[in-house]
Ligand binder design. Structure first.
Ligand SMILES: [Zn+2]
Length: 91
């Protein structure tokens, strides 16, 4: 029997904090896992210096035929090499 918890996460490094299915599109809110050290979106080096937080709205692939809109909370980092950059996201 397949183990449902072994299913790979859709949004690596982020966890779902809310899902709103009242609208036509599924609205999914994601927050980064605070236990993971963020990587700079420029050089991709680990960068623990969080400057501020921002929110991005992103369209994702449909789930079960319904459009998906992500509301993603991202950390903006103070990278010593690149300056202020949003964190790197693998997906
Ligand atoms: Zn950098």
């Amino acid at each position: 029997m397949p183990n449902a918890t072994a299913f790979p996460p859709l949004w690596e490094g982020f966890s779902v904090v809310s899902i709103d299915s009242e609208t036509e599109a599924l609205q999914i809110e994601l927050r980064p896992d605070p236990r993971r050290v963020p990587r700079c979106g420029g050089c991709q080096q680990p960068c623990p210096a969080v400057h501020e937080y921002c929110t991005r709205r992103i369209r994702d692939l449909p789930i079960l035929g319904r459009p998906v809109r992500l509301r993603v909370h991202l950390r903006r980092l103070a990278c010593s090499g690149c300056g202020r950059r949003a964190e790197w996201v693998s997906w």
